[in-house]
Design a protein around this ligand. Sequence first.
Ligand SMILES: [Zn+2]
Length: 110
Amino acid sequence: MAATWAKAPDFADQPDRRSEVRAQTAADKRRYLEDGLTPLRCHSCHGQVLVRKASAHQTSVQWTTNPAAHCPVFAELAAGGSAPARPDTCPDLERTIKWAVDEGVVEIID
Ligand SMILES: [Zn+2]
C-alpha cells in the first residue's frame, strides 16, 4: 500500500503535463496555418522562422528568434552596421524555403 501511494504522483502528474504541451503545440500549429504561416528551421543556421508564401515569387518571413544570434549572414550585417535594409532571409534560408516549397511543406496561398 505504501509503495502504491508513493508512486501515484508520478503517474498522475506526468501524462497530464505532456498532453498539455501537445495541445499547446497543436494550437500553435493551427494558429500558424490559419495565418498561412509554416514554421521552418534554416537547414544551415537553425534559426526558427515562420514562412508565408502568397505566390511563387512572394515570400514573407518572420523570425521567431533573433536572426543575428543564429545566422552568420545576419550576424555579419549586424556587426557591419551598414546594411541598407534589413533582409528577411539569408541565402541558406532561401535554399531551405525553396526545399520546403518543393517538398510541399510550405504551400502557396492564393
Ligand atoms: Zn542563415
